[in-house]
Design a protein around this ligand. Structure first.
Ligand SMILES: Cc1ncc(COP(=O)(O)O)c(C=O)c1O
Length: 425
């Protein structure tokens, strides 16, 4: 049926910035078919504590309907926020006396609120190179300039950060915040060293900048001896705004995230949230609160960590076994992903995707994680959702395709050349 109303003429200019997320589009393609999906970032459903959640949900609705099915405060159910503060303290995240918590509809909403609250057209924000693509999409709506700071295996390159800040200041740019995913970074799996965290804080303090610390993955670190001290805990000046989510430690369908930061900031975020959705579901907040109180969250984290460690190892094993020798990937000490750098700049992973789907494997092309438009020869592979057997088969299919594509001169890309290039890795 042809459309008679010309909706496109009515759209606001900003609607052009609502980019279809590549991950979401891909998930549509891979749903149900024979394609092994190494795309997406879904938790393994075996991790969901469904019996515990069913029991809690039944109790909450039967016994507390007048509260659980009612509207609730925009900042979140008060008792739940207190419970979250306790949970944060238990996990070594400092809660200062001038801090407060706001519950958000997933941490995606927190990213959106932070951008809407802080950023105006032509402000500058600093992100990692690469970084979480849905964060970039949320930030882009406010039309800022984005400066992307490369990572190496210890996290954000603080030497480059400082020189970029000096350059931006010299240009008279207003820097609104530095966004970082310090532990088990999405998409690279890299974890920032303690030294780098301290340097980052020193620089933020020197230039009086705010740090947005996005931490969905510190619960899932698989190797011993990895420092996961939150930047928030090292912060003596209250300049770190910390966010996390129940999406990986309980279930993403609950849509619960939270922001912990200076009460001035959480107050403004609360006002921004009011216009977005009044509040996050009261029902799922109370379910999550009970899950915290009854130890279900801790149990889920322990179980998930074991399951995901096996899958991470299966992914690294498969890459070692099948992937072309010249490709390179940083070792993910945790999280859900591995980012593979292909040995030829001639391979554009976005263009290659339809061929990969034909061969029965999906991944996320890396370019959308790079705020500077690079990364076209990279891909993000997920290991949390597929089974170890699917991981093995998926990587085998992908490696076969890449081998076919590698014609002509191969450019050997080693960590050294990435680090040296300073531009990408
Ligand atoms: C780094 C990062 N931040 C935020 C999110 C958003 O998660 P949610 O909205 O489910 O809490 C994700 C999800 O994968 C993520 O990887």
């Amino acid at each position: 049926m042809s459309l008679t109303v010309k909706f496109e003429k009515l759209l606001a200019g900003r609607s052009e910035l609502f980019r279809a997320s590549e991950v979401r589009e891909l998930l549509k393609v891979t749903e149900g078919g024979d394609v092994i999906s190494l795309a997406g970032g879904y938790p393994d459903p075996r991790v969901f504590p469904k019996d515990d959640l069913a029991e809690i949900a039944k109790e909450v609705i039967s016994d507390e309907a007048s509260r659980a099915l009612q509207y609730s405060p925009t900042a979140g159910v008060t008792e739940f926020r207190e419970e979250l503060k306790k949970f944060m303290r238990r996990r070594g995240v400092t809660v200062r006396s001038d801090d407060d918590i706001i519950v958000t509809t997933g941490s995606q909403q927190a990213l959106d609120l932070v951008a809407r609250t802080f950023v105006e057209k032509d402000d500058e924000i600093i992100v990692e190179l690469p970084t979480y693509l849905a964060a970039l999409n949320a930030f882009r709506l406010s039309k800022p300039g984005m400066t992307a700071i490369p990572l190496d295996e210890s996290g954000m390159r603080t030497d480059i950060l400082e020189s970029e800040i000096k350059r931006l200041k010299w240009l008279g740019r207003e820097i609104k915040f530095i966004y970082t995913i310090p532990v088990a970074h999405n998409p690279t799996g890299i974890t920032m060293s303690l030294e780098r965290k301290k340097e980052l804080l020193e620089i933020a303090s020197k230039y009086d900048l705010v740090i947005i610390e996005d931490d969905p993955y510190s619960y899932f670190v698989y190797d011993d001896g990895v420092d996961i001290t939150p930047i928030k805990t090292l912060d003596k000046e209250g300049r770190v705004v910390y966010m996390s989510t129940f999406s990986k430690i309980l279930a993403p369908g609950l849509r619960i995230g939270w922001v912990l930061g200076n009460e001035y900031v959480t107050n403004v975020l609360e006002r921004a949230k009011q216009t977005a959705d009044l509040h996050t579901s009261t029902l799922t907040q109370i379910i999550a609160m009970e899950a915290l109180r009854r130890g279900v969250v801790d149990k889920t984290i322990d179980k998930a960590r074991q399951i995901y460690r096996v899958k991470r190892d299966a992914m690294l094993e498969a890459l070692k076994k099948y992937m072309v020798e010249e490709a390179w990937w940083p070792n993910p000490v945790g999280g859900f992903f591995v980012m593979v750098f292909l040995p030829s700049y001639d391979i554009d992973t976005k263009k290659m995707l339809p061929e990969a789907l034909k061969k029965g494997v999906a991944y996320v092309p890396g370019a959308s994680f790079f705020a500077n438009g690079m990364g076209w020869n990279t891909m993000r592979l997920n290991f949390s959702y597929p089974s170890p057997e699917q991981i093995d088969e998926g990587v085998k299919r992908l490696a076969g395709l890449i081998q076919e594509k590698l014609t002509g001169e191969k450019v050997r890309i080693t960590p050294i050349s990435f680090f040296k290039s300073g531009g990408m890795f």
